[in-house]
Design a binder for this molecule. Sequence first.
Ligand SMILES: *[C@@H]1O[C@H](CO)[C@@H](O)[C@H](O)[C@H]1NC(C)=O
Ligand SMILES: [Mn+2]
Length: 425
Amino acid sequence: MKLSTPVLLSTLLSLSNALVTPQKFLGISQDLPETFMDGIFGELVNSAEVVFAKKAMLASGEVAAPSKAIEFPDKNDVSDIVDNLVSYSGIVSFAHLPVEQCFGNYDEKIDIAIVGAPFDSGVSYTPGARFGPNGVRQGSRRLQGGISPIRGNTKSSKLYRLPIYDTGLRLVDCGDVPMTPFDARVALNQLYRGHHAIHKHNTTDKSANFKKTRIITLGGDHTVSLMNIKSAYETFVDADDNDGLAIIHFDSHIDTWDPEVLGGGVTKYASLNHGTFLHYAAEAGYVSKGHSVHVGIRAPYIVAEDETHDHECGFETITSKDVDKLTPRGVGQKIKEIVGNRPVYLTFDLDTFDANMVNSGTLEVGGLNTREVLTILDEMEGINLVGCDIVEVSTPPNSVGNDITGLLAAQVIDEFIGLMVVTEI
Ligand SMILES: *[C@@H]1O[C@H](CO)[C@@H](O)[C@H](O)[C@H]1NC(C)=O
Ligand SMILES: [Mn+2]
């Protein structure tokens, strides 16, 4: 039952103006029927006047009393339990998105696909990112639609008040590509074929600018991005376009290390790892030189030549302290200028965040905070984003800090989804 607020307020107003007690004023006794809530809580939550006024409204027939305290649905009615509405329950998919078998089943139209890359055989320091996809999904359980009051940096932005999960685009969670822990070469090839399979899917009519499914990958150490970028390049860069993807690389490390400097001195096999994958991406032609940028850099170069080599790989650099100088919105605008109209791949290493916030493969202090990252990403509204990933999400079992790590990673993905849907509406 509902009480009519204006009626109740005007009743209260006349009561408070009266110099007589309410029951005397109204000429009715205390012996009136009770509303359900007042029967339980009474003056705990309401003043005596309010309780009395509600009783008077019931007595006068202005509002109807419920016949019973609660009416249960028919025992055959399951309408309220078929949909999983409780954020902490249900089989865990990213943001409660529908789960789909995306490898095969190519007739299904998908606009944006989430897929996990559970792999950490390429990490130089702390392992645990093979549990990252699970960690991100756990951290995403409170993402259930709704309207964020802080999405979009200005009221005139298209992201402002955009219900990103409810725009008509079809978003699904494809689960994980199973990646063997025993041979990194096989594992990475499995991931590549998984991406290739997802990229075979066509989109719905709602994806105005994209004929093929765009993928958001949950990593995984940073080596996985090489496969993500390879498949995105093959899918979204025209054959007659002699340039690569504009790579936006959020990280505290450059990750363009010459394999001679990082790992390759051990064996040839060891030369592809989470600190060299961008060197290989550049070598393969996936990186658009002059349109690619690192954001958040602060970890030391190993040798002095690293900086020149990094530039040769095609990257400009925005360091973590540049964020102080440029402001987060200024950083977002600078990134937009650098990538221009190129198709963009965005790869986000969780160690972009300050060391005190997350568990990741190679933590660094002096990093970005969560609000700075959200503002930078929102400012990039309008970029031609063909794929993205979050990597180095280290959430192994029995580890302190997994919840906040997964939560932060999930919120970054939520931003990616915003950037992906905003160009299609
Ligand atoms: C995807 O779209 C293209 C172009 O319309 C069409 O030729 C192809 O058969 C479609 N693929 C699937 C799996 O539906
Ligand atoms: Mn990295």
